[in-house]
Design a protein around this ligand. Sequence first.
Ligand code: ADP
Ligand code: MG
Length: 546
Amino acid sequence: MSETIEFQAEARQLLQLMIHSIYSDKDVFLRELISNASDALDKLRLESYRDKDLEVDTADLHIELVPDAGARTLTVRDNGIGMTRDEVVDLIGTIAKSGTAEMLAQLREAQDEKAEDLIGQFGIGFYSSFMVADRVEMVTRKAGAAEGVHWESTGEGTYTLETVADAPQGTAITLHLKPEDAEDSLHDYAQPETVRRIVKRYSDFITWPIRLLTGEEDADTEPVNSRKALWARPASEVTDEELTEFYRHVSHDWQEPLETLRLSGEGTFEYQGLLFLPAHAPMDLFMREARRGVQLYVKRVFVMDDCEALVPEYLRFVKGVVDAADLSLNVSREILQQDRQIQAIRKRLVRKVLQTITALQGDEPEKYRTFWSELGRAFKEGLITDPDNREAILTASSFASTHSPDEETTLRVYKERMPEGQDAIYYLTGSTRASIENSPHIEAFRAKGYEVLLLTDQVDEVWTDTVTEYDGTPLASIAKGDVDLGADDEKPEGFEGLLTWMGTELADDVKEVRLSSRLTTSPACLVGDPGDLSPMLEKMYRAMGQ
Ligand code: ADP
Ligand code: MG
């Protein structure tokens, strides 16, 4: 018996985009299907280690590609973990990915080219099948389950589900190819040449065997991928294209990475890592459920996604793989947090990322600017959460300042510019650059030629509260305390009466009224005590109900 179910609203909108194919490189659909098949095989192998009672055959885990020119179909089959009926509804019928609503809202406003870019950042996954197929069928059976499910859809609003008694374990996806692609031999996905070319280009590094069926018989298969784990190969042998495709596989991002990092350790703890900085902020960067993008492998075997023990939260945008030699495949997330080896790798990883960002600053300023504008806000959280690396994080950071209307400055360069007599790095926080620059607090600093950092991110309010110096120079808010601007602030006399009167009149609102050397043209300004919360932080805490 077959039932018809509606796609979730967001899923419907994305499917429409795929059917009308706003993405110019349709070939990527195969990369997505192979990526999913590879994940499914990883999960099955892991599950069979953990659950010895699971009745599955893991002897020949592989991916099979079956182009059929007569039927004009292409089938992608894996004997991986499979899905239950409910999983099909949850994983295929809906989009659980965070940031979907935002992405769709932006898409509604976007022009074509921009739209393609957004899709690229979001990564469409399974739905990309509908770029090349006008109907998609899927038969899947979850490892250990007795029955399978048949799913089918044209991508137009609904799909059907049906129970299948004798489905093989794993997932087979059959694309009924759009007729128009048959005319273009390079993109005729029913031809083995086309399929071979795409696999070589996009999925060569996949560690599971990918077999292409080239004839009528089951035996007519040829292996198409070279299956070499990129992180275990010498850097000089790996091309940029291979790195990019590997990045896309681990990150689910469709774009190119900004920078590649390699890690390796020998001796007591043997490990290798291949990590990436993305070129744009992931959609979920500031969401509660934001994921950390590093996968853990043990001797080439996938162990887990999203390994939080390996990466601190402020580096959650770092993607890639760490392969550790001496861990059990059964490790739990809890045990990993305590593991000495993992702790050592994490330390190395953090240091490597910080070094890489600092190196970009000097050697590739254009890349650094991209990194900073996309990810700097998350990165600065480390100033609060990672005191051990605070100095290095400050070094790798940059800030807007009164020195330039559009260029940000590093603290090192700020210090080099400090004139004789200036003994602190001055900053002011606020919600916009304009509002800070018009602040009366800044006047006297400007007059003296002292540069002031203009900090406008919410996180700036928090870290400036705990970070008190950089490289031996104190950091000082010009909105707090009695800022000492040097010799020429002799206190004029004869104002005691005025001060006492104002102090009484304003007793409910202020603690004290005093003469200031910090103003040049404004008559008065409000300042906080050194230990006080800044006005913006006060607002933030209040908004959080504290
Ligand atoms: P993503 O891979 O980014 O999660 P996809 O749209 O590619 O998004 O796939 C959605 C989900 O559907 C996957 O996360 C996975 O749980 C499930 N899925 C897709 N293909 C397969 C498959 N071949 N075997 C098992 N599960 C699959
Ligand atoms: Mg996917």
